[in-house]
Design a protein around this ligand. Structure first.
Ligand SMILES: [Zn+2]
Length: 71
């Protein structure tokens, strides 16, 4: 089973460029469950920020989409 989620894009609040964020499935599951902020990072300006509610939902849908459950 793949533990790496598809790369997410989040815009850096400093330079306004979209930066690719890579997360591990286990990590995201835990952060979503505990309601802890999911950190994004821009390697150009060294800026760190929290993902928006929308971006969290996006990651969340990836988790459920990868689940092998059929009706
Ligand atoms: Zn930046």
């Amino acid at each position: 089973m793949q533990n790496e989620l598809d790369p997410a894009l989040s815009a850096c609040p400093n330079c306004r460029q979209e930066r690719v964020q890579c997360y591990e499935r286990d990590e995201v599951v835990e952060l979503l469950e505990t309601g802890a902020p999911i950190k994004a990072y821009c390697d150009q300006c060294g800026e760190e920020w929290d993902l928006s509610t929308e971006e969290r939902a996006e990651l969340s849908s990836q988790l459920t989409a990868g689940r092998p459950s059929r009706p």
